[in-house]
Design a protein. Structure first.
Length: 77
């Protein structure tokens, strides 16, 4: 279970890093690429969170309150 939690934390951190990279680049193609990659990692994190929650319910653990919620990105312009 700890391995999945670590993976979840890493996916979210990587997604946040890609969002920052997309905001800092002046190249529109790179910005779009970083945004797409951030979206993909955020989706993977959500899917993994669902797996962790399901396993927690089955095993009786409930430490998911420690998971940092996914922050919505501002609208793209």
């Amino acid at each position: 279970m700890a391995d999945l939690k670590e993976k979840l934390d890493k996916l979210r951190a990587d997604a946040a890093d890609l969002v920052l990279m997309s905001r800092r680049t002046s190249d529109s193609q790179k910005r779009a690429l970083f945004e797409r990659l951030a979206d993909e990692l955020a989706i993977e994190a959500l899917e993994l969170e669902q797996v962790v929650k399901l396993q927690n319910r089955r095993s009786g653990h409930s430490d998911m309150d420690k998971v940092v919620p996914l922050q919505a990105r501002p609208d793209r312009r």
